[in-house]
Write a protein that binds this ligand. Structure first.
Ligand SMILES: C[S@@+](CC[C@H](N)C(=O)[O-])C[C@H]1O[C@@H](n2cnc3c(N)ncnc32)[C@H](O)[C@@H]1O
Length: 280
């Protein structure tokens, strides 16, 4: 059953981390003219109203993009990310939040390709109507874990795969590992970016070490913890991104950035970050 809707969470602290890192990776790929393919295995709707009832229900974006929107002294990578959110809000007011397909589409060049998978029928329909006819883009109403096989390797042998499941049940953690194990046999040099939630589940805690064991040529792991768990010990205290074959520039960019994100997005004194890597 697909109960998860990203519209409830769009623009929260986890999206800020994920989309800032995605922007950095895409900018890095754009330094070479040679084309590349982006595969987003769990694309969501592509864009979200922040004024609608979903986003307003818990107002998660207020503790994410909402804390950055009005600042004018942003560090460079965050300024770049916020400028893309501004591009998505042409009236100059924060009304909508771009999903990962929108960030990719804003940064891709004419020679690049975007492949989007989304299973939820409503989010698929929204995504299809937004990007279905865009140049270089294919939107698929299909399982992204399974669909990735058919996308690898890209003919240019340059590519980024974003794996951003909802982790609704326990199965997604195992599927991330199985999917990556297979993907690496097809396209070992691809850049693979996995997002995961920092929650009290053993699968979430173990995921980074399991990903590390898969990475043949280096990895980077960044985690941002911003809030305390609730009284029952549940909740999303933060999130992480794990990248296999990361751009060599990413570690130092994040080292400059993460302390600032802790200060700006932290909701309690224990807010912190983790940054670790094994270079190729
Ligand atoms: C965390 S959201 C994606 C957010 C999006 N990547 C972004 O950053 O804007 C996860 C999405 O995956 C979809 N989904 C769940 N299981 C899926 C599967 N097996 N294949 C493709 N999409 C799936 C959900 O409907 C949901 O829209």
């Amino acid at each position: 059953m697909l109960a998860y809707r990203h519209a409830f969470h769009a623009g929260n602290h986890a999206d800020v981390l994920k989309h800032t890192v995605l922007t950095l990776v895409l900018r890095y790929m754009n330094q070479k003219d040679k084309s590349y393919r982006v595969v987003d295995t769990h694309a969501g709707a592509g864009g979200y109203s922040l004024e609608g009832r979903y986003a307003q229900k818990k107002g998660e974006f207020e503790q994410g993009i909402g804390r950055l929107w009005a600042l004018d002294d942003l560090p460079e990578p965050v300024a770049d990310y916020v400028s893309l959110v501004r591009q998505f809000n042409p009236k100059g007011k924060l009304e909508q939040y771009p999903g990962s397909p929108a960030f990719a589409q804003m940064l891709l060049r004419p020679q690049d390709q975007l492949r989007l998978f989304e299973l939820h029928p409503t989010d698929y329909r929204i995504l299809e109507s937004y990007l279905g006819t865009a140049r270089g883009v294919e939107v698929k109403h299909a399982d992204g874990f399974d669909g990735l096989k058919g996308q690898l390797p890209p003919s240019s042998r340059r590519g980024i795969v974003l794996i951003d499941p909802s982790y609704e049940g326990h199965g997604d953690y195992a599927r991330v590992i199985a999917t990556l194990r297979d993907a690496l046999t097809r396209f070992a040099e691809g850049v693979y970016m996995v997002w995961y939630p920092q929650v009290t589940k053993v699968e979430a805690a173990e995921l980074p070490r399991r990903l590390e064991a898969l990475a043949p040529k280096g990895w980077l792991h960044a985690r941002l913890t911003v809030q305390e768990l609730d009284a029952q010990g549940f909740g999303l205290s933060g999130s992480g991104v794990f990248i296999l074959n990361p751009p060599y520039t990413l570690h130092d960019q994040l080292l400059a950035l993460l302390p600032w994100l802790v200060d700006t997005l932290g909701q309690y004194d224990g807010a912190n970050y983790l940054l670790e890597q094994r270079a190729a």
